[in-house]
Design a protein around this ligand. Structure first.
Ligand SMILES: Cc1ncc(COP(=O)(O)O)c(C=O)c1O
Length: 431
C-alpha cells in the first residue's frame, strides 16, 4: 500500500500535517510488509503465524541482554511512531513559539479527532491528558462531593486511585466502601454482588478497574454498572481503562460508563505522557478541572486540558500510534497476546509448585497479563531468580490480595521467549 493511501485509510488528516515533516520511512517499510503478509490470511489465522509476528518484531527496537516480560508498565513505541515523534520534536524545536502560537491548536485537534474516531466517541467529549493518573485525579478531586456521600471502589484498584480517593475523602468528607473482588471468580454474578452489596442511596460514584493490572483479570463492567444503576440511577460510573484501551477489542461506549480515563502509552504504544479522559456530555460542566480554567465554557471538554506548556510531540504522535495499531487491529492483537499468555499459563498450571493468581483460561475474564505465585519462593525471590539465572525480566507483585510474579508479553514477544519462561518456571534456581 502506498503511504498516501495508508494515511488516508488510517484517518489521519493530511491538511493538518501540511506544515509538518511528511517523510515517515518507518511506516513505508513496516506497514506494507504487514499488509502484504496478511493479504492471503483469514483474520485470526495469523495469531499463531510466526512469520507475521517476525515482521511485527522488526518494528520494535530492543536493547539489553534479557527477555522483557514486564510490558505492563508502559509500552515502547513502534519504530515508525518513534521516528515521527522525533521528527515532530525537532520541528517544534525549530519553529518554537511560532508552533506554539500558530500550529499547536490544530495539532491537538488533529490528535483528538483521530483518537475519538478510534474509540468511537464524540470528539466534544474527549480530553487529551498526560496519563490515567491525571485523568482520574481530575474526576476524583473535581467531583461535586457533599459531606456524607459514598464511593464504591474495588480491592484491586490501582494504588494512585486509592490514594486520590483517600485524600479527597479527608478533604470533602465522603466515605469509601471497598468491594472484595474475588481473585478467581466462578461467575460474573459473584463480582457484581461484591460491588452491589455496598451500593445504596448515598453512593455517588462507582469506580471500576476494567482490567486489573495486578493479575490481568477483566471485570464485567457493564453488568456491574447496570446492577448499580438499578439500585441508584444517579450514580456516576467511572472506569479506569488504563490497561484495556487498545489491548481488548471493544469500543469505549460499549462500557456504558459515565467517565473513562486511560493512558495511551500502554497498549496503544504511543510515546510516554499521553492519556485520555472521556466524559459523557452531562458530566462535563459538573466536574471541576484539576488546573484552574475559567476561560472555556463549562461544557467545553478542553477545560480539562489546562496543563501549561508541554511536549506536544507526544500528542501529535497519537494518529501515528493509531495507524500502527490499526495495521494489526485490536482483534488480532488481543488474540495474539492471550495466545502467548495461555501458552505459558497452561504450562504453569501443571507445575505443582506454582499457583496462578489469574482466571487465565476464562474467556472474557483474561488478558495479556497473568500472575503466578510459587510455593516456597516469595514473588521478589522468584522475579530475581528469573532475571539472574534466566535473563527474564518480570515484576514481583506484593499486594494484600495478589501475590506473585506478573508476566506481560508484548507483540514483539516470540514463542521461543515464552518457552524460555516455561523452562525457567520449571526450575527457577537452575541456569
Ligand atoms: C489499572 C491502572 N490504572 C492506572 C494506572 C496509571 O497509569 P499512568 O501511570 O499512565 O497514569 C496504571 C498503571 O500501570 C494501571 O495499571
Amino acid at each position: 500500500m502506498q503511504r498516501r493511501t495508508f494515511i488516508r485509510n488510517s484517518g489521519m488528516g493530511l491538511a493538518a500535517w501540511a506544515a509538518l515533516p511528511q517523510e515517515l520511512p518507518g511506516f513505508d517499510q513496516v506497514i506494507p510488509d504487514l499488509n502484504a503478509y496478511a493479504a492471503g490470511h483469514e483474520g485470526l489465522s495469523l495469531v499463531e503465524d510466526e512469520g507475521y509476528w517476525d515482521i511485527v518484531r522488526t518494528a520494535f527496537r530492543r536493547e539489553g541482554n534479557y527477555i522483557n516480560l514486564e510490558n505492563g508498565y508502559f509500552s515502547p513505541q513502534a519504530e515508525p511512531v518513534l521516528l515521527s515523534t522525533q521528527r515532530n520534536a525537532a520541528y517544534i524545536n525549530a519553529t518554537s513559539s511560532h508552533f506554539m502560537r500558530r500550529e499547536q491548536e490544530q495539532a491537538i485537534e488533529t490528535a483528538r479527532t483521530a483518537l475519538a474516531g478510534f474509540l468511537g466517541v464524540d470528539v466534544a467529549e474527549l480530553a487529551l491528558t498526560r496519563n490515567t493518573t491525571e485523568s482520574l485525579n481530575t474526576v476524583i478531586a473535581g467531583f461535586p462531593w457533599l459531606r456524607g456521600d459514598e464511593v464504591v471502589i474495588g480491592n484491586q484498584d490501582y494504588g494512585s486511585m486509592n490514594e486520590a480517593f483517600e485524600q479527597n475523602a479527608r478533604r470533602y468528607g465522603f466515605s469509601i466502601k471497598t468491594a472484595e473482588v474475588p481473585l478467581l471468580p466462578q461467575s460474573d454474578e459473584e463480582i457484581v454482588k461484591a460491588y452491589t452489596r455496598h451500593i445504596g442511596i448515598k453512593t455517588r460514584m462507582l469506580h471500576l478497574t476494567h482490567l486489573i493490572n495486578l493479575s490481568g483479570q477483566v471485570i464485567p463492567v457493564v453488568k456491574i454498572a447496570r446492577a448499580a444503576r438499578a439500585i441508584n440511577p444517579g450514580i456516576c460510573v467511572v472506569v479506569d481503562a488504563a490497561h484495556s484501551i487498545a489491548q481488548l477489542n471493544f469500543r469505549l461506549p460499549d462500557l456504558e460508563a459515565d467517565i473513562v480515563g486511560a493512558s495511551l502509552h500502554k497498549w496503544l504504544c504511543n510515546p510516554l505522557g499521553a492519556g485520555m479522559l472521556w466524559m459523557k456530555r452531562d458530566w462535563i460542566p459538573r466536574i471541576w478541572p484539576l488546573m484552574g480554567d475559567t476561560g472555556a465554557a463549562p461544557d467545553n471538554i478542553r477545560r480539562f486540558e489546562h496543563q501549561g506548556t508541554r511536549p506536544l510531540q507526544n500528542l501529535m504522535s497519537i494518529p501515528h500510534a493509531i495507524a500502527f495499531h490499526r495495521s494489526i487491529g485490536t482483534e488480532l492483537k488481543e488474540a495474539r497476546l492471550k495466545f502467548l499468555m495461555k501458552r505459558w499459563a497452561s504450562a504453569a498450571a501443571e507445575m505443582p509448585a506454582l499457583h496462578l493468581q489469574t482466571p487465565w483460561s476464562s474467556e472474557g475474564r483474561n488478558s495479556a497479563i497473568a500472575t503466578v505465585n510459587h510455593d516456597s519462593l516469595s514473588p521478589g525471590q522468584l522475579a530475581q531468580l528469573l532475571f539472574d539465572k534466566h535473563k527474564i525480566f518480570t515484576v514481583a507483585i506484593e499486594h494484600p490480595i495478589v501475590k506473585g510474579v506478573r508476566i506481560t508479553p508484548h507483540l514483539y514477544t516470540s514463542l521461543n521467549e515464552v518457552d524460555a519462561l516455561i523452562r525457567a518456571l520449571r526450575n527457577p534456581a537452575g541456569s
